[in-house]
Design a protein around this ligand. Structure first.
Ligand code: ATP
Ligand code: MG
Length: 232
Protein backbone atom coordinates (compact mmCIF):
# COMPACT_ATOMS: atom_id res chain seq x y z
CA UNK A 1 0.00 0.00 0.00
CA UNK A 2 2.81 2.38 0.97
CA UNK A 3 6.36 2.16 -0.25
CA UNK A 4 8.76 4.96 0.57
CA UNK A 5 12.44 4.79 -0.29
CA UNK A 6 15.41 6.91 0.75
CA UNK A 7 13.34 9.91 1.73
CA UNK A 8 15.32 13.00 2.58
CA UNK A 9 13.41 16.05 3.74
CA UNK A 10 15.05 19.30 4.77
CA UNK A 11 13.58 22.57 6.02
CA UNK A 12 15.18 25.96 5.79
CA UNK A 13 15.61 27.19 9.34
CA UNK A 14 14.87 30.76 10.40
CA UNK A 15 18.54 31.70 10.16
CA UNK A 16 19.00 30.19 6.72
CA UNK A 17 20.52 26.84 7.69
CA UNK A 18 19.11 23.62 6.27
CA UNK A 19 17.73 21.25 8.89
CA UNK A 20 17.39 17.64 7.82
CA UNK A 21 14.25 16.14 9.36
CA UNK A 22 13.97 12.89 7.40
CA UNK A 23 17.31 11.34 6.57
CA UNK A 24 17.14 8.41 4.18
CA UNK A 25 13.89 7.09 5.59
CA UNK A 26 12.35 3.97 4.10
CA UNK A 27 8.95 2.44 4.84
CA UNK A 28 6.81 -0.40 3.57
CA UNK A 29 3.22 -0.84 4.70
CA UNK A 30 1.16 -3.70 3.38
CA UNK A 31 -2.46 -3.40 2.39
CA UNK A 32 -4.76 -3.71 5.40
CA UNK A 33 -2.04 -3.10 7.94
CA UNK A 34 -2.43 -0.96 11.07
CA UNK A 35 0.76 0.95 11.80
CA UNK A 36 1.55 3.40 14.58
CA UNK A 37 4.42 5.85 14.17
CA UNK A 38 5.80 7.17 17.45
CA UNK A 39 8.59 9.59 18.29
CA UNK A 40 9.25 12.77 20.27
CA UNK A 41 7.90 16.16 19.32
CA UNK A 42 9.82 17.57 16.38
CA UNK A 43 11.07 14.19 15.16
CA UNK A 44 9.26 14.61 11.83
CA UNK A 45 6.06 12.59 12.23
CA UNK A 46 3.72 15.16 10.71
CA UNK A 47 6.28 15.88 8.02
CA UNK A 48 6.25 12.19 7.08
CA UNK A 49 2.43 12.04 6.94
CA UNK A 50 2.34 15.06 4.66
CA UNK A 51 4.75 13.42 2.22
CA UNK A 52 2.86 10.11 2.24
CA UNK A 53 -0.45 11.88 1.65
CA UNK A 54 0.80 13.96 -1.24
CA UNK A 55 0.42 17.22 0.69
CA UNK A 56 4.11 18.06 0.40
CA UNK A 57 6.19 17.34 -2.68
CA UNK A 58 9.47 18.99 -1.68
CA UNK A 59 11.73 16.07 -0.80
CA UNK A 60 14.05 13.61 -2.45
CA UNK A 61 13.41 9.90 -2.68
CA UNK A 62 10.41 7.92 -3.83
CA UNK A 63 6.92 7.62 -2.41
CA UNK A 64 4.46 5.15 -3.87
CA UNK A 65 0.95 4.78 -2.48
CA UNK A 66 -1.57 2.29 -3.81
CA UNK A 67 0.70 1.67 -6.79
CA UNK A 68 0.91 5.36 -7.69
CA UNK A 69 4.30 7.05 -7.74
CA UNK A 70 3.79 10.52 -6.32
CA UNK A 71 6.94 12.01 -7.79
CA UNK A 72 6.22 13.91 -10.96
CA UNK A 73 2.45 14.08 -10.58
CA UNK A 74 1.04 17.43 -11.57
CA UNK A 75 -1.03 19.42 -9.05
CA UNK A 76 -4.31 18.24 -10.49
CA UNK A 77 -3.18 14.61 -10.50
CA UNK A 78 -1.98 14.96 -6.91
CA UNK A 79 -5.34 16.40 -5.92
CA UNK A 80 -7.08 13.47 -7.57
CA UNK A 81 -4.75 11.06 -5.79
CA UNK A 82 -5.52 12.63 -2.41
CA UNK A 83 -9.23 12.56 -3.09
CA UNK A 84 -9.42 8.97 -4.20
CA UNK A 85 -6.69 7.19 -2.22
CA UNK A 86 -6.24 8.76 1.20
CA UNK A 87 -8.36 9.98 4.05
CA UNK A 88 -6.79 12.39 6.53
CA UNK A 89 -7.65 12.62 10.21
CA UNK A 90 -6.10 15.39 12.30
CA UNK A 91 -5.69 16.09 16.00
CA UNK A 92 -7.87 19.19 15.82
CA UNK A 93 -10.65 17.60 13.71
CA UNK A 94 -10.75 20.46 11.15
CA UNK A 95 -14.53 20.60 11.02
CA UNK A 96 -16.32 23.63 9.58
CA UNK A 97 -18.17 25.15 12.56
CA UNK A 98 -21.22 26.48 10.76
CA UNK A 99 -21.98 23.25 8.90
CA UNK A 100 -23.85 20.34 10.46
CA UNK A 101 -22.21 16.96 11.02
CA UNK A 102 -23.61 15.51 7.81
CA UNK A 103 -22.63 18.60 5.79
CA UNK A 104 -19.09 18.29 7.10
CA UNK A 105 -18.98 14.67 5.96
CA UNK A 106 -20.28 15.78 2.55
CA UNK A 107 -17.48 18.30 2.04
CA UNK A 108 -15.27 16.07 -0.12
CA UNK A 109 -18.10 15.44 -2.57
CA UNK A 110 -18.06 18.99 -4.00
CA UNK A 111 -21.74 18.48 -4.72
CA UNK A 112 -23.01 19.73 -1.39
CA UNK A 113 -26.66 19.04 -0.76
CA UNK A 114 -27.36 18.89 -4.48
CA UNK A 115 -26.78 15.17 -4.80
CA UNK A 116 -29.13 12.88 -2.94
CA UNK A 117 -26.76 9.93 -3.39
CA UNK A 118 -23.90 11.86 -1.80
CA UNK A 119 -26.11 12.79 1.12
CA UNK A 120 -27.16 9.17 1.58
CA UNK A 121 -23.54 8.14 1.51
CA UNK A 122 -22.61 10.80 4.06
CA UNK A 123 -25.37 9.52 6.33
CA UNK A 124 -24.14 5.96 5.89
CA UNK A 125 -20.65 7.09 6.95
CA UNK A 126 -22.06 8.82 10.02
CA UNK A 127 -23.98 5.66 10.79
CA UNK A 128 -20.73 3.72 10.48
CA UNK A 129 -19.12 5.84 13.19
CA UNK A 130 -22.25 5.68 15.36
CA UNK A 131 -23.42 9.25 14.92
CA UNK A 132 -26.38 9.11 12.58
CA UNK A 133 -28.73 10.38 15.28
CA UNK A 134 -26.66 13.56 15.58
CA UNK A 135 -26.23 14.22 11.88
CA UNK A 136 -27.85 17.67 11.95
CA UNK A 137 -25.85 19.00 14.88
CA UNK A 138 -23.21 21.67 14.49
CA UNK A 139 -19.74 20.68 15.75
CA UNK A 140 -20.03 23.02 18.78
CA UNK A 141 -22.88 20.84 20.00
CA UNK A 142 -20.84 17.65 19.75
CA UNK A 143 -18.30 16.31 22.24
CA UNK A 144 -14.62 16.06 21.26
CA UNK A 145 -14.89 12.34 20.58
CA UNK A 146 -18.01 12.88 18.48
CA UNK A 147 -16.26 15.59 16.49
CA UNK A 148 -13.41 13.26 15.77
CA UNK A 149 -15.90 10.61 14.64
CA UNK A 150 -17.42 13.11 12.23
CA UNK A 151 -13.92 13.86 10.92
CA UNK A 152 -13.31 10.13 10.47
CA UNK A 153 -16.64 9.75 8.65
CA UNK A 154 -15.56 12.59 6.35
CA UNK A 155 -12.19 10.92 5.74
CA UNK A 156 -14.05 7.72 4.79
CA UNK A 157 -16.55 9.46 2.52
CA UNK A 158 -14.55 9.08 -0.70
CA UNK A 159 -13.84 5.41 -0.02
CA UNK A 160 -10.06 5.60 0.54
CA UNK A 161 -8.01 2.46 1.12
CA UNK A 162 -5.62 4.34 3.39
CA UNK A 163 -6.25 6.48 6.45
CA UNK A 164 -3.44 8.82 7.53
CA UNK A 165 -3.98 10.09 11.06
CA UNK A 166 -1.97 12.75 12.88
CA UNK A 167 -2.44 12.43 16.67
CA UNK A 168 -6.10 11.51 16.21
CA UNK A 169 -6.63 11.17 19.97
CA UNK A 170 -4.37 14.07 20.96
CA UNK A 171 -7.22 16.36 21.97
CA UNK A 172 -9.36 13.69 23.65
CA UNK A 173 -9.45 12.45 27.22
CA UNK A 174 -8.47 8.84 27.83
CA UNK A 175 -11.97 7.35 27.79
CA UNK A 176 -13.06 9.22 24.66
CA UNK A 177 -9.75 8.45 22.97
CA UNK A 178 -10.27 4.77 23.71
CA UNK A 179 -13.55 4.83 21.79
CA UNK A 180 -11.88 6.41 18.79
CA UNK A 181 -9.04 3.87 18.95
CA UNK A 182 -11.64 1.10 19.01
CA UNK A 183 -13.14 2.60 15.85
CA UNK A 184 -9.75 2.56 14.09
CA UNK A 185 -9.35 -1.03 15.18
CA UNK A 186 -12.69 -1.97 13.60
CA UNK A 187 -11.90 -0.10 10.38
CA UNK A 188 -8.62 -1.97 10.19
CA UNK A 189 -10.45 -5.28 10.66
CA UNK A 190 -12.75 -4.27 7.79
CA UNK A 191 -9.72 -4.01 5.53
CA UNK A 192 -8.68 -0.38 5.70
CA UNK A 193 -4.98 0.42 5.93
CA UNK A 194 -4.37 2.72 8.88
CA UNK A 195 -1.19 4.69 9.59
CA UNK A 196 -1.41 6.82 12.70
CA UNK A 197 1.10 9.11 14.32
CA UNK A 198 0.49 8.92 18.05
CA UNK A 199 1.70 9.58 21.56
CA UNK A 200 -1.09 7.43 22.93
CA UNK A 201 0.07 4.12 24.39
CA UNK A 202 -3.28 2.52 23.74
CA UNK A 203 -3.19 3.53 20.10
CA UNK A 204 0.23 2.01 19.57
CA UNK A 205 -0.76 -1.17 21.40
CA UNK A 206 -3.89 -1.45 19.23
CA UNK A 207 -1.68 -1.22 16.13
CA UNK A 208 -0.17 -4.28 14.49
CA UNK A 209 3.18 -2.59 14.01
CA UNK A 210 4.91 0.22 15.84
CA UNK A 211 7.61 2.25 14.12
CA UNK A 212 9.74 4.76 15.96
CA UNK A 213 10.98 7.84 14.12
CA UNK A 214 14.52 8.33 15.26
CA UNK A 215 17.21 10.52 13.74
CA UNK A 216 15.23 10.82 10.54
CA UNK A 217 14.67 7.10 10.06
CA UNK A 218 12.05 4.56 11.11
CA UNK A 219 12.95 1.73 13.46
CA UNK A 220 10.56 -1.18 14.00
CA UNK A 221 9.58 -1.66 17.64
CA UNK A 222 8.34 -4.87 19.16
CA UNK A 223 4.55 -4.59 19.32
CA UNK A 224 1.99 -6.34 21.48
CA UNK A 225 0.91 -8.19 18.34
CA UNK A 226 4.38 -9.50 17.48
CA UNK A 227 4.40 -13.22 16.84
CA UNK A 228 5.12 -15.09 20.08
CA UNK A 229 8.61 -16.49 20.33
CA UNK A 230 9.79 -14.10 17.62
CA UNK A 231 12.67 -12.30 19.30
CA UNK A 232 16.02 -11.82 17.64
N1 ATP B 1 7.38 24.52 7.44
C1 ATP B 1 8.45 24.31 8.20
N2 ATP B 1 9.54 25.11 8.09
C2 ATP B 1 10.64 24.91 8.83
N3 ATP B 1 10.77 23.90 9.72
C3 ATP B 1 9.73 23.08 9.88
C4 ATP B 1 8.51 23.24 9.14
N4 ATP B 1 7.66 22.26 9.51
C5 ATP B 1 8.29 21.53 10.44
N5 ATP B 1 9.53 22.01 10.67
C6 ATP B 1 10.52 21.43 11.59
O1 ATP B 1 10.71 20.06 11.26
C7 ATP B 1 10.82 19.27 12.43
C8 ATP B 1 9.77 18.17 12.39
O2 ATP B 1 8.49 18.75 12.47
P1 ATP B 1 7.18 17.86 12.54
O3 ATP B 1 6.02 18.78 12.60
O4 ATP B 1 7.19 16.87 11.44
O5 ATP B 1 7.38 17.10 13.94
P2 ATP B 1 6.41 16.13 14.73
O6 ATP B 1 7.17 14.88 14.97
O7 ATP B 1 5.12 16.03 14.01
O8 ATP B 1 6.20 16.90 16.11
P3 ATP B 1 4.92 16.95 17.08
O9 ATP B 1 4.91 15.64 17.83
O10 ATP B 1 5.22 18.11 17.99
O11 ATP B 1 3.71 17.18 16.24
C9 ATP B 1 10.68 20.23 13.60
O12 ATP B 1 11.97 20.52 14.08
C10 ATP B 1 10.04 21.45 13.01
O13 ATP B 1 10.46 22.61 13.68
MG1 MG C 1 3.17 16.64 14.45
Amino acid sequence: MIRAREIVKEYLDGDGTLVRVLDGLSLEVGQGDFVAVVGPSGSGKSTLLHLLGGLDVHYTGEVEVGGIKLRGLRDQELARFRNSHVGFVFQSFHLIPNLSAVENVLLPSHFGSASLDARKRAEAMLDRVGLLSKKDRAPVRLSGGERQRVAIARALFTGPKLLLCDEPTGNLDAATGAGVIQLFHELHREGLTVLAVTHEERMSSAARRVLRLKEGKLVEEPSAHATPGGGS
